[in-house]
Design a protein around this ligand. Structure first.
Ligand code: FMN
Length: 291
């Protein structure tokens, strides 16, 4: 089956001239790019899929090192690496994480589990060693501990590193799945993982070779590009835009009281217990971070 990629994503005519993609058995294939050559990296990115069923085979140390190294080559704010990565090998901890993260058994079964932490602890510990507060007092400069902006910056670093890990794994044929529920139950996670005040778990990644043929898993659709990609200024969507944007989107959740798609998504995701717990947990973490 062939389908022109540009029709699906609504690319401009100019873009169509430069890129020709076709859809073949759940795979976007690049026939031609600007340079008229097949591009393996673009093909890899276009065909990545979240993998939740893992072959139990362990990853080799070399594979794990390659994934970690890929993560560490990610861009990082000021090259300060405001993140840390915890590799969870302990099966008891993995099992507990599976429960704490909204009961997702694939976490227990993943051969490799990495938790990406937004981490300002390391730098502020170093500032202490370097007597930074003392020098600030001497020169009449206000010494500040990490604030909201530092948390967001550290989250940027951690997530960019995480995505590099995903792409590196993908290049090795290893599938991955993000788990945002790691932001829940902060008090329990702090004890379990020895997390300190200026360390926040922003994402967890499960890795493993896919079970069966990955080609058989369909790519998940995306909204049309015109609703995501704006030029020069933000465009708030109108009712008509939403009608068009959601025209091929089906209800994802079994919610009796939902009378339309928006209500279905709200009740299914944002009003679900795990979202409520995430809101509570993140509030606690931010309060402790900035206090
Ligand atoms: C921030 C983030 C959190 C996610 N959390 C979960 C999760 O808790 N459990 C899960 O199975 N998938 C999770 N996913 C995977 C998404 O469901 C998946 O990326 C989405 O359905 C699109 O599918 P694709 O990655 O195959 O394109 C998460 C993805 C992201 C980016």
């Amino acid at each position: 089956m062939k389908k022109i990629f540009s029709e699906y994503f609504g690319e401009t005519a100019r873009e169509k001239l430069f890129k020709i993609f076709y859809y073949n058995k759940s795979k976007w294939c690049v026939l031609m790019s600007n340079s008229n050559q097949y591009n393996e990296t673009i093909e890899l990115i276009n065909n990545r899929k979240t993998i939740r069923a893992y072959n139990p085979k362990s990853l080799t140390q070399e594979e794990i090192n390659t994934i970690i190294h890929g993560a560490m080559r990610a861009p990082t704010a000021g090259n300060m690496m405001f993140y840390s990565i915890i590799q969870v090998n302990d099966q008891t901890k993995k099992d507990k994480l599976a429960i704490l993260c909204d009961n997702q058994p694939h976490i227990s079964k993943a051969p490799l589990v990495l938790i990406f932490l937004a981490d300002m602890q390391r730098w502020w510990d170093y500032f202490k060693i370097c007597k930074t507060q003392e020098i600030c007092n001497e020169v009449d400069e206000k010494f500040e501990t990490p604030q909201e902006s530092d948390l967001l910056l550290a989250c940027c670093d951690a997530l960019i590193a995480a995505q590099n890990a995903v792409i590196t794994a993908e290049a090795l044929g290893i599938g991955s799945c993000y788990i945002a529920d790691i932001m829940e139950n902060i008090e329990i996670l702090r004890k379990m993982l020895n997390l300190t005040r200026w360390v926040f778990p922003i994402a967890m990644l499960c890795f493993g070779y896919p079970i069966g043929n990955k080609e058989n898993i369909p790519l998940t659709p995306r909204f049309s590009q015109k609703f995501i990609h704006f030029v020069n200024k933000y465009h708030q969507l109108s009712k008509e835009d939403f009608t068009e944007m959601f025209q091929n989107v089906k209800r994802s959740f079994n919610v009796k009281q939902a009378k339309n798609l928006g209500q279905n998504f709200y009740f299914g995701k944002l009003a679900a217990d795990f979202s409520k717990e995430m809101r509570r947990s993140v509030k606690v973490a931010i309060k402790d971070w900035i206090s």
